[in-house]
Design a binder for this molecule. Structure first.
Ligand code: UD1
Length: 419
């Protein structure tokens, strides 16, 4: 067990470079199974979800070489084998093995995905798409077996009842080598979907419309190797921007794609956050006064659910009352009692979060209940007077590349301790 210890109240100053996007790379790695030759990814974040995916790929027969932030994967030796237990259950994104194995072998046996507990997280839309493409499924213990009886998947028109990032990407993975044409209607439009489509197209696939709500995929016989730069992590960027606004005295966040963060930055501007935005960086000044605002999450380009928790400590610095409503995961409120333990004026009313600021936070022993709640607690710890101890930090290390070093370089007093 590891814990993070923060001595709060120190200002952050300097520059922090954003790593490659977690939610892209966790799909890009399984996507490589569809290639017949080596694929190299550059800008791969140093997070435990990536380490888990590498382990799974190696068990399946891939050869993986890591050199700094580059990952070279030779998938030619991958076998169709059941992947029921262990690492599969450690992350949500293991559901992408359904799509990629189905696309390559016409069958897949994969354990049910794990990941952060944000309330019910069904995968019915993924399975509905695979069925429409000719797969039959059976549950075997904690695993799902998909088969096409040796026929391989075929194209289909699929309407997504809910806008889903995972189901959209998974359908693309299954469809790129399918017989015929697949159309995904009401597709999610997140930047990570465009990133996966770009990799697939550079491998020889015919994916059109990624980034819009209708994606068309013409199946091809074979996919080949390529080299791909992972897009910057917009959620990590947003987290550091919020931290810089909360406790910074001049912080430049670089490797940022402004167009991926427009909604988030607009809300910070509404709060009165002083910053200078350029094409690939955001400079956040020391703040003078901030105004309370309401946040309502929505699918991209709306306010990202993944940034709702990381922005909460900053909201606590603002003057006045506000509400946070998460329309994607209404149970994503586990950071609230932990922040209250640190002295925050925050509570839940039904599925909404209500806060009143400004709150003076003090150090406390708190628990990271999920990845983004953990990021919120790190920010709160930096803001608080005294020492904060965060347990369950494995969640944080799943998604924030080198967070301890990055914050230390900005002047934070933060340590990762093996308990
Ligand atoms: C992805 C992200 C996660 C982010 C979320 C929403 C990854 C690995 N994770 O998760 O960080 O918080 O998008 O932006 O990229 N739903 C169904 N049935 C399904 C699938 C989803 O009802 O089959 C519902 C979900 O419960 C949720 C909504 O659809 O309410 C959106 O979920 P989805 O976009 O699929 O989230 P993930 O792809 O799992």
């Amino acid at each position: 067990m590891k814990k993070i210890v923060i001595n709060g109240g120190r200002p952050l100053k300097g520059e922090v470079v954003v790593s490659g996007a977690k939610n892209s790379v966790v799909a890009l790695i399984p996507a490589i199974i569809l290639s017949e030759d080596v694929v190299t990814l550059d800008g791969v974040p140093d997070i435990s979800d990536v380490a888990s995916l590498i382990d799974i790929m190696e068990v399946m027969g891939a050869t993986v070489k890591r050199d700094g932030d580059s990952l070279e994967i030779d998938p030619s030796g991958v076998q169709s084998m059941p992947m029921p237990y262990g690492k599969i259950n450690s992350l949500r994104a293991s559901y992408y093995f359904y799509g990629s194995l189905l696309g390559r072998f016409g069958e897949a046996t994969v354990g049910l995905p794990g990941g952060c507990d944000l309330g019910p997280r069904p995968i019915d839309l993924h399975l509905k798409a695979f069925e429409a493409m000719g797969a039959r499924m059976t549950y075997e213990g904690n695993s799902m077996h998909l088969t096409t009886d040796g026929q391989g998947v075929h194209g289909a028109v699929i309407y997504m009842d809910t806008v889903s990032v995972g189901a959209t990407i998974n359908t693309m993975l299954a469809a790129v080598k399918a017989k015929g044409k697949t159309v995904i209607e009401n597709a999610a439009r997140e930047p990570e979907i465009i990133d996966v489509a770009t990799l697939l197209n550079n491998m020889g696939a015919h994916v059109r419309g990624a980034g819009t709500d209708v994606i068309t995929i013409e199946g091809v016989e074979r996919l080949h190797g390529t080299r791909h730069q992972v897009i910057p992590d917009r959620i990590e960027a947003g987290t550091y921007i919020a931290m810089a606004a909360a406790v910074g005295e001049g912080v430049k966040i670089t490797n940022v794609l402004y167009e991926h963060l427009e909604g988030f930055i607009a809300k910070l501007e509404e709060m009165g956050v002083r910053m200078t935005v350029s094409e690939d960086s955001v400079f956040v000044e020391k703040q003078v006064s901030l105004k309370a605002i309401n946040i309502k999450t929505a699918p991209y380009p709306g306010f990202a659910t993944d940034l709702q928790q990381p922005i909460t400590p900053l909201l606590l610095k603002a003057e006045g009352r506000g509400l946070i409503m998460d329309t994607i995961y209404e149970k994503r409120v586990n950071h609230v009692p932990e922040l209250a333990r640190m002295g925050a004026g925050i509570t839940t009313i039904g599925h909404q979060i209500s806060y009143e600021g400004p709150s003076d936070l003090h150090g406390a022993q708190v628990k990271a209940t999920d990845l983004r709640a953990g990021a919120a607690l790190v920010t709160a710890g930096l803001m608080a007077q005294g020492q904060t101890e965060i347990t369950n930090v494995e969640f944080i290390l799943r998604g924030y590349s080198n967070i301890i070093d990055k914050l230390r370089n900005l002047g934070a007093s933060i340590d990762l301790i093996e308990d």
